[in-house]
Design a protein around this ligand. Sequence first.
Ligand code: APR
Length: 229
Amino acid sequence: MKSIVVLTGAGISAESGLKTFRDSGGLWEGVDVMEVASVEGWYRDREKVLEFYNVRRVQANKAQPNAAHLALKKLESKYDVQIITQNVDDLHEKAGSANVLHLHGMLREAKSEKDDNHIIDLGDKAINMGDTCPKGGQLRPNVVWFGEMVPNIEPASQIVERADAVIIIGTSLVVYPAAGLIDYAPVNAPVYVIDPSRPAYPGTGHDVTFVEKTASQGTPELVEKLLNS
Ligand code: APR
């Protein structure tokens, strides 16, 4: 079965009501991303960061997958679909996709400041100051902040190396190492980029098709074409 690797970003969740990072003038829900999604921001004001993610978690828990997420599930009927997402929501999982790798963690999970392996599923529950792991470490969102390593980048690059085709949906391709994944795609793998405002494509040597439409319009159309090809 041919492998299609799908790299998604905040744009695929936009039509499910979740804001992107750089569309709205570089503010995520009105807040400077570096204040709430960076190690410095965490040490500067933990309560502000916890509260910011508590609100995002409730919002993401209510969000429903849109036609783009559902089309990617449908693609599994003919292809081995591997989704690599920069998103921290669980919309791909809600749509039923079988293979989802999160590069930047998941909103619905918490981890301990003292123990990276202590991961708990919160659902939509809040994390408050004083919520600690058995070792006494303060709990924090299990997301990757600016200034932190991306533990899943190695397995992600190995998945992209095996791609017969790559679909990129709703990402500005400006944040590394995620944006650098495209360099691992075989040069003979066609690349499709679905985004209403055509992002600067960082890769070289690929046959790239830009679909200048929203995720919920462009993804079902491309999936139909791939299922009928
Ligand atoms: N359909 C498809 N694409 C869309 C839509 C839509 N309805 N709306 C917006 N977009 C596109 C924008 O044109 C933009 O190219 O989605 C992209 C969103 O880009 P960003 O806001 O930069 O989000 P993303 O690329 O996922 O950010 C990467 O940056 O802040 C960090 O960790 C955070 O994972 C995030 C990373």
